[in-house]
Ligand binder design. Sequence first.
Ligand SMILES: [Fe+2]
Length: 586
Amino acid sequence: MKAIARTYVLSAYAAGVLALAGAWFFGSRPAAVPLLIAVGAAVLSSPFRIPLPVLGNVSIAFTFVFTSLILLGTPAAVLTAAISGVTASLLRRRPRPPLHRILFNAAELSVSTAVAGSIFHLAGGTLGPLDRGGEWLAVVLAAAAFFVANSCLVAGAVSVTDDLPFFQNWRTNFLWTGPAYLAGAFLGAGLSVGYQRFGTLALGMSVPLLYILYFSLKLYAEKVQQERQHGEQMADLYLSVIEALALAIDAKDRTTQRHIRRVQMYAVQLGKALGISVPELEALKAGSLLHDIGKLAVPEHILCKPGPLTREETEKMRIHPRIGVEILETINFPFPLTEVVRSHHEKWDGTGYPDRLKGEEIPITARILAVVDCYDALTSDRPYRKPLSPEEALRYVQGEVDRLQAMADGINRSQETSTAPDKRRLPKGLDPLTRDVNQMRTSIMEHIQSAQRELFALYEIAQSTARSLNLDEAMGFIAGKIAHLLHYRCLVLYLHDGERKVLASRSVHGVHSQRLSGHTIPLGEKMSGWAALHRMPMHGVAHREPVRREGGRSDLEELMEEKAVEKLESAIVAPLLDGDALLGVL
Ligand SMILES: [Fe+2]
């Protein structure tokens, strides 16, 4: 047992002894025979109890505890409760609970009954049968006090033992038992009235009523248990779907599954240590697996490129958080998952992407994920460097962890003092994506398909050029493939003529093939000449730079002035290189 749980249980023992001793010392002591009857009835009914989903139970014996509270006083009720608490455990079928749990049951029942007794008398309840209308109010208040004390004590034990948030645990597992205590208290009060009139015969008359109470409680508890199991099954289903999706990402990205699992474990541990909420913890668990799902829309040759990425490749890579959000927004996750996915590449100084969020604008879950991802990468073996030790890696990320701690403290404080909606749900300045779901799905599929289309076209081009017998045949094939990727009007292959220092058109596809045949562009001039000289791809549209570039002339300027070709609206120039040697441009 953990130290905090041990302290809690020992404190409950002490409180139980104090409650029993205090009641006997300050309260009016009952006569032996009625006390024995009350204890006997409570002991006999104690095995009839409804187990709660996590720990503890609601026992029918509570009715007799309440009857003895009204007729015999608090000391008799505390003793009846304590004894029935012990016998409920001892008369139970195996497995019998451990001794410390039996003693805890007896202690917490003593405390709860002493609290209920005090409230009963403070609210105007008197010893003996209920003879005034106001005493029924005292019964209701005493039942409520018993329920609050009893459920809080047991929920507290569960929370310190299993590390569960107290309020959530109390609300889920104990709140629904409140009406049962009220019904039990009314039955107990009714029994005290019946006892006054019919003596011990009333005990027998109460049996059918007690059975109805027990039976309806049992049905209700079973329903709660079924709903709970259904919830757990749904959660398992969610997790399996998430894992399947994560595997799909891994297969593309070649990230090892162990890396993802470790990141998930570290993220949850750090999240718990920082005291983030349960939905945020759930979001972290799923987000650790799914944050890179948007990489489905990034071509594989970029994901697996061994060297540094070009500017264009980096731009393509950087769409993955947005695509990830679009994919996941179509599923209604019961926790804030998309903010982890959207912001996991943001940086504290505002240099991250996609929204360039700064400091505390970044959701805490996304920052936790970023830190643990970095920590795991540093401690992992890479072909180009040795792994850092955990201590060295921790030193590296310590600054960020400290900032996270400060942020978590600030959030927890503001939540304690404010009832305003949680600002972390959506980073400042960001609107939820509220597009039509169908439109969203189309856009996701287009992104993913275009990633695949590019890769496939590249693969086919590489294969066919290797097989082609001549340049014209290869160009014909390439022109066809590029037409699937881009809607061009005219595709020209210019070859580099080193002697004349010009680019000379060698193959033209699309419109103007006759006029552009034999067309030349001096090296370094116009758009294609510039791209060839600097070995850099270029693109531009008419209303923006750089269709007219370097000397202010586009490739087809003279021909356009002669009205020999139509106006050039946009162009893409790709230099063709063999190592550093210029072959031409496309
Ligand atoms: Fe990522």
